[in-house]
Design a protein around this ligand. Structure first.
Ligand code: SF4
Ligand code: FES
Length: 342
């Protein structure tokens, strides 16, 4: 392991924060809560009170920490929450790219907090800047005063370590909410685009989940009753060939994280588009040979705010954490709907 990797490096985590204003009772009654008023609006998929803009204070806050290469951005936020600022709000659950609850925008790219490695995000920025010093420092993007900061930071870290102190303890002890003059990298985190912000990095995903639900993401099939060896009927059986399974297997890995929706310029425009996450959920069953509701499903997405609204920008394909080529799937759905109408 290199010396830099052993000692950690100073990183400024810049967070776009939001503190909502307390709502009067009347507004709360008409909120997206199941106990609130009915949704109004013209979209076939249902307009959403949840798309409404919540009022409050937007501000940007910098946190200077020492991060170890290999740490995720989620690790850094947890450090900040535990050691600097317990008021910082963000959502996560599994911590391993499985639940999809922690989608945000990092340096302008929608992605998951728990799979985003600190050095990867800093590296891509430093490469863009073409900064030789940053390249020498494992890809961390240099800030304006970086040339001096590189030397100051490394020498001060080395002198602390030569005193025999523990690395992990030092990292925690150095956490601060003051901008450090020796900051080497800035990683900017904002809420997932296209979703209303509830607080700090937490967005309201109700609209996306409702749209997914509207497309009935469950198997509609005529199963055959199977019999046990002794002739008793005990279960439904759905027969399928391996190549048929392959057609929808990858699509069933979608975790509804919303990263594709946060990348989609059409979805960001409001209620004009049901969004790629809901269409991926529909596509998973449209491509399932056991499902008997294919026509019904194609009808449901062949609307002005369904697949017809997709402009094939394909930004949705770039960052899917489950490796789904979302743009290609959208194209396949467009073709299915078009060929059916022809
Ligand atoms: S298709 Fe990929 S990016 Fe879109 S919601 Fe599913 S897992 Fe997330
Ligand atoms: S915390 Fe579950 S996907 Fe990131």
């Amino acid at each position: 392991m290199s010396e830099d990797a052993m000692h950690g490096m100073n990183v400024t985590i810049r967070i776009h924060r939001f503190t909502p204003k307390a709502e009067p009772d009347r507004a709360r009654r008409h909120s997206s809560s199941p106990f609130g008023g009915k949704a109004r609006g013209g979209s076939p998929f249902g307009s959403s009170p949840s798309r409404r803009r919540i009022r409050g204070k937007h501000f940007t806050q910098d946190y200077a920490i020492i991060a170890q290469p290999g740490q995720t951005v989620l690790d850094c936020l947890l450090d900040i929450k535990r050691n600097i600022d317990p008021t910082l709000a963000f959502r996560y659950s599994c911590g391993h790219g499985i639940c999809g609850s922690d989608a945000v925008s990092i340096n302008g790219t929608p992605t998951l907090l728990c799979t985003a490695k600190i050095e990867d995000y800093a590296k891509s920025e430093s490469s863009q800047n073409g900064d030789a010093s940053a390249m020498a420092n494992k890809g961390f993007r240099l800030t304006e005063s970086a040339e001096n900061a590189v030397n100051n930071n490394i020498s001060s870290t080395n002198s602390r370590n030569s005193n025999g102190s523990d690395n992990a303890g030092e990292s925690n002890g150095s956490l601060t909410n003051q901008s450090s003059p020796s900051s080497l990298a800035v990683i900017e985190i904002a809420p997932l685009p296209g979703f209303p912000v509830l607080r700090d990095l937490i967005v309201d995903i109700d609209q996306m989940m409702n749209q997914i639900k509207k497309l009935e993401p469950y198997l509609k099939a005529d199963g055959k009753l199977a019999t046990t060896k002794d002739g008793k009927i005990d279960m439904f059986e759905y027969l399928q060939k391996p190549e048929e399974l392959k057609r929808y297997e990858l699509l069933s890995n979608c975790i509804s994280c919303g990263v594709c929706e946060g990348s989609c310029p059409v979805y960001a425009g409001g209620e004009a588009f049901i969004g790629p996450a809901a269409l991926i959920a529909a596509s998973r069953f449209i491509n399932d040979s056991r499902d008997t509701a294919t026509d019904e499903r194609l009808d449901a997405i062949a609307t002005s705010d369904g697949i017809t609204a997709c402009q094939s920008v394909r930004a949705c394909s770039r960052e899917c954490p489950r490796g789904i080529d979302v743009g290609e799937e959208m194209w396949q759905l467009t073709e299915r709907v078009k060929n059916r109408q022809a």
